[in-house]
Design a binder for this molecule. Structure first.
Ligand code: ADP
Ligand code: MG
Length: 652
């Protein structure tokens, strides 16, 4: 026995209604042969649309069996049903259900995209269908620019795009004037004549009378099924379908669908520019702050580390006082030159440099200023990372010979040589001591020890001999032999000085410790601020999720149309995910650009900060923003892809 094209048996469709259920369809048994033209008539609410949706695999019955071409549909999943719709059914709705942001051509083409037809073929076929329906000069109009009759023709062209063998028309003339309605019916007649199966739902008997078979339903049941003698019956000679489309590589097809999804995402963003931008703002601010904070952190860390890198790893610095910032340390006079000379005799010590500080009034010509006078060793300059702007530093010989040579800083130069006289070679008076300037050091770029006070650097022997009566020192810098562990040496120096002083009135800084402390402090700070920035990113992501949920709910009916023409769940998911990712990616790129601009502005207007952008942090920011798009866009996109097609279509 030949299988009928459509075979329904015992179909029941129930809708929940409060605690009970109501049946839209009750026990429908129906067979439709290929090539038939069937009209389904009945009063409003009798179940016509419900039946139509089940026939078109948009909806599934609560119970009963629906075989299409002998294949049971009950066991098919959402994507298999979508494939059936794509390949076999063309829907024509009362309200046309065209997508407003696409042109007539774009609307007609849509089913072919999901059916993986290639672009040129697709465009040509859509144009041919439109011109066959008398719409050749309207292909680039949007639905809003077309009359109802014209829109319905576009929707018929869409139904024919994938060469459907079953045309399902639910009240196709319901919204049209008599003339346009006639026109649509004539087209349906033609499609039937080509051998297609046409099912038309109507409540208008004059429309139904054009069909060869009229099925009347009432209250969910078929009450009559009659052959209409008045209509001319045309037996199906062939199924009227053109040869099957050539297969395409799945990658090319996927790329095509991706491009379509991408285009739709762009259209959606364009339609709501302000909203999209505000959503993006969260991401922009988040990414910009993460990138700049990390860059600032790395910049300041590198700067500080560069400052102390000159100290070397095997150096100890002994200060008078109890700890850093001890306010009485200047009054503690127990750290003396003999400490330094005795320490120098220890076998594990390579070199010792005492540092003395005092203040004195300096004079050059009529100019006068108060300056910090530092007595230092010849190694001090490289250890402190100082650089000359002119002249030279003094050397070990100057220290030994108690030379009256001085290296001045930029502040001293400003104070005494504002008139532009070259300082090198000049003799200034510090107190009553004449000193020859041999070098000028560059101004410090922020960091440690930058201030406005003039400072002088002269051999510590000179300061001890000519300035300070006492032999007390500010600090002693000790360089340890390379083969001795710094910590062991530190313990030994502590013990040694404790013995000499009888108590601990000094403290020791180990450059290794300083380096570690600075590194870990700046890292902790960077991490902390970055964590705050990440929180702002998460907030931005929630904003994206929120707007995507809005976007999905606004476009439910579009989703319904796409599903009706055969979009897979994955196609819908992809479309919304791309939209979320685009918002985040564009936001991320703008954020990175702003961060770079901020860094450029900062280095232009301020010398006290430095920013270091690592490629890694920028790449990470980029990945991070796409990840946010995926993570926060997924749920709304999944919601969209799991919508029920019938419910989605019903939403206006
Ligand atoms: P028709 O198209 O013949 O006017 P329908 O098929 O739309 O009628 O509806 C048949 C019956 O099923 C009606 O009583 C209607 O209220 C009910 N029905 C249809 N869709 C739903 C739904 N989504 N939820 C609840 N009831 C529904
Ligand atoms: Mg209806």
């Amino acid at each position: 026995m030949v299988q009928p094209l459509i075979a329904l048996s015992g179909i029941r469709r129930e809708y929940p209604s409060g605690d009970a259920t109501i049946a839209g369809l009750k026990d429908i048994n129906l067979a439709i042969e290929a090539g038939e033209m069937v009209a389904i008539v009945g009063a409003s609410g009798s179940g016509k649309s419900t039946l139509m949706n089940i026939l078109g695999c948009l909806d599934q019955p609560t119970s009963g069996s629906y075989r299409f071409s002998g294949r049971e549909t009950a066991s098919l999943n959402a994507d298999e049903l979508a494939a059936l719709r794509r390949e076999h059914f063309g829907f024509i709705f009362q309200r046309y259900h065209l997508l407003n942001e696409l042109t007539a051509l774009g609307n007609v083409e849509m089913p072919a995209i999901y059916a993986n037809r290639n672009r040129n073929e697709r465009g040509a076929r859509a144009a041919a269908l439109l011109s066959r329906l008398g719409m050749a000069d309207r292909t680039h109009h949007r639905p809003g620019q077309l009359s109802g009759g014209q829109q319905q023709r576009v929707s018929i062209a869409r139904a024919l795009m994938n060469n459907a063998n079953v045309i399902l028309a639910d009240e196709p003339t319901g919204a049209l004037d008599k003339y346009s309605g006639e026109d649509v019916l004539r087209i349906l007649d033609e499609l039937h004549a080509e051998g297609r199966t046409v099912v038309i739902v109507t409540h208008d008997m004059s429309v139904a009378s054009r069909a060869s078979r009229i099925i009347e339903i009432s209250d969910g049941e078929i009450v009559s099924d009659s052959t209409n003698d008045r209509a001319s019956t045309r037996p199906a000679v062939s199924d009227g379908r053109e040869p099957a489309q050539s297969g395409r590589s799945s990658l090319a097809a996927w790329l095509d669908r991706f491009r379509e999804a991408f285009r739709m995402a762009l259209l959606a963003m364009q339609a709501h520019k302000l909203r999209t931008f505000l959503t993006m703002l969260g991401i922009i601010i988040g990414i910009a702050s993460v990138v700049s904070v990390v860059a600032l952190g790395q910049g300041s860390q590198q700067r500080v580390l560069a400052d102390i890198s000159g100290l070397g790893t095997n150096t100890l610095e002994i200060f008078a006082g109890k700890d850093f910032g001890d306010t009485r340390s200047s009054k503690i006079t127990t750290l003396v030159v003999s400490d330094a000379t005795e320490l120098a005799k220890q076998p594990y010590i390579a070199a010792v440099t005492p540092t003395v500080s005092t203040s004195s009034t300096i004079r050059f010509g009529a100019k006068e200023a108060s300056a910090l006078t530092n007595g230092v060793g010849d190694r001090y300059f490289s250890a402190a990372g100082m650089k000359l702007s002119e002249g030279r530093f003094f050397d070990a010989t100057s220290v030994r010979k108690v030379a009256q040579e001085v290296v001045i800083d930029a502040n001293t130069r400003t104070a005494l040589f504002a008139d532009g006289t070259s300082p090198v070679g000049q003799v200034i008076l510090a107190g009553k001591v004449p000193l020859r300037i041999i070098g000028v050091v560059q101004a410090r770029q922020g960091g440690f020890g930058s201030n406005q006070n003039p400072s002088l650097y002269l051999p510590y022997t000179t300061v001890q001999a000519r300035f300070v009566g006492s032999h007390s020192l500010r600090s002693i810098t000790v360089r340890i032999n390379d083969d001795v562990a710094t910590t062991l040496a530190e313990q030994d120096v502590t013990r040694f000085l404790m013995q000499r002083h009888g108590r601990k009135d000094f403290f020791i800084l180990n450059t290794d410790d300083i380096r570690k402390t600075i590194t870990s402090t700046t890292q902790t700070m960077t991490l902390l601020i970055a964590a705050i920035a990440v929180i702002s990113l998460i907030v931005g992501g929630i904003g994206v999720m929120n707007i995507m949920l809005v976007s999905v709910s606004e476009r439910v009916s579009e989703i319904g149309v796409r599903m009706a023409v055969g979009a897979r769940q994955g196609d819908i998911l992809q479309q919304f995910l791309i939209e979320a990712m685009l918002v985040c990616l564009i936001g991320g790129v703008l954020g990175i650009a702003i961060a770079l601009g901020f860094g450029a502005a900062l280095s232009m207007f301020s010398t006290s900060f430095s920013v270091v952008y690592s490629t890694a942090s920028i790449v990470a920011a980029f990945l991070c923003s796409s990840l946010i798009g995926v993570v926060f866009g997924f749920w709304p996109a999944r919601n969209a892809s799991h919508l029920d097609p019938v419910a989605a279509l019903a939403r206006e």
